[in-house]
Design a protein around this ligand. Structure first.
Ligand code: SF4
Length: 359
């Protein structure tokens, strides 16, 4: 067995030539703006899920200036369903920066690309290599996995030492003349062949050189030091209708789902039973007459660091609410709901619920 560096690069490029035949619209293109869009969309996202978003973004905003000029609510709506919404906010802010500060010219140097909001080492290396063939190696989850298995490295990938070690190795392995092809190959190899579960070891051209395969450690590499502990949160949404309108608020706080819309929210540190929820709603409406129905079905939404438990209660007001009934909330016509961006579970709820069907 020889897990040496030159064999790795050679075998990887050989795999790419002989087995990697998956055409995708962003592969091989040189337009840095489109590459940037694809990279931001594909962060923490599977190709199948990201592809339609890439197509609609490039169609709606063919240049970075078009994206910069788009209203923020429109960009958030375009992003709806893709999750990790800070990506959309950063994308929009960076497009504005390119349009206003860089005369609409997408930067062409690694360091300047990295200054764009939402662009870290990985995305900067991807853009710099794909668009300009600059010699910067990408290092992401796929790369950690492939390198830790092939070279049998058990340094935790989320430790400072591990990050340094893998970044240096990745840069060392990079085919500097063919940075674009090399980077694309290692990303595809990790995503499609050396996958987290059930890697295709039996059909792998690296098999006889791969330390993990030869020593039976494929399942235990890469190593992670910390297990993410998820914070539990309980979101009780109160849907307050008056005539054909419902109360909405834009989430502006520094928290999850920033700039998305939601109904009136009562957050609690444990699940509220019916009695408690009724009481809370009574407090909210003071002396206003209302009827309330607490919906049976509970929902859950898993985020990277949080688990959100969601319930819905429907409230009908019997008289017109005062103008400024609740701070930052507005009565919005049901017909407008479709044009606003909501968190995933709320969007699902709206799409499936009879409450929002137009009569
Ligand atoms: S042999 Fe298996 S673990 Fe090793 S590189 Fe190939 S797919 Fe990955």
């Amino acid at each position: 067995m020889s897990s040496d560096k030159s064999s790795f690069t050679h075998l990887l490029l050989e795999w790419n030539e002989t087995q990697n035949h998956r055409p995708l619209p962003w592969k091989g293109i040189k337009n840095p703006y489109f590459i940037w869009l694809s990279e931001i969309i594909l962060q923490q996202t599977r190709v199948e899920q990201g592809l339609p978003y890439y197509l609609k973004f490039t169609e709606q905003y063919p240049t970075v200036i078009d994206l910069a000029n788009a209203p923020e609510d429109e960009v958030m709506k375009m992003w709806e369903g893709l999750g990790y919404y800070s990506r959309a906010r950063n994308l929009h802010a960076a497009a504005k920066y390119v349009a206003e500060e860089l005369n609409g010219e997408f930067p062409s140097e690694y360091e300047t690309i990295k200054k764009l909001k939402g662009v870290g080492d990985y995305t900067a290396a991807a853009i710099a290599s794909f668009a300009y063939n600059l010699p910067y190696a990408v290092v992401d989850g796929n790369v950690y996995r492939v390198l830790s298995r092939y070279f049998g490295i058990d340094t935790p990938i989320d430790s400072t030492e591990g990050k340094k070690q893998f970044a240096a190795l990745a840069q060392d392995l990079l085919d500097k003349e063919n940075a674009a092809i090399y980077n694309q190959s290692i990303m595809d190899f990790g995503a499609r062949h050396c996958t987290p579960a059930k890697p295709l070891c039996l059909f792998c051209n690296m098999q006889s050189n791969c330390t993990a395969f030869q020593t039976g450690k494929t399942d235990s590499l890469p190593v992670k030091a910390k297990k993410i502990k998820k914070r539990k949160r309980y979101f009780n949404y109160i849907l307050v209708f008056y005539e054909d309108k419902v109360y909405l608020k834009k989430r502006t706080e520094k928290d999850i789902w920033q700039n998305l819309y939601e109904f009136i929210l009562l957050e609690s540190d444990k699940k509220l039973d019916r009695q408690l929820l009724n009481k809370e709603v009574e407090k909210l409406f003071n002396k206003q007459p209302f009827s309330i129905e607490i919906l049976e079905e509970d929902y859950q939404q898993l985020l990277t660091h949080q688990k959100i438990y969601i319930t819905f209660a429907v409230v009908e007001l019997r008289s017109k609410p005062p103008e400024e009934f609740l701070e930052h909330h507005h009565l919005v016509s049901k017909s407008k709901i479709d044009s606003l961006a909501f968190p995933k579970t709320l969007k699902q709820f709206i799409s499936n619920s009879e409450l929002f069907k137009m009569t």
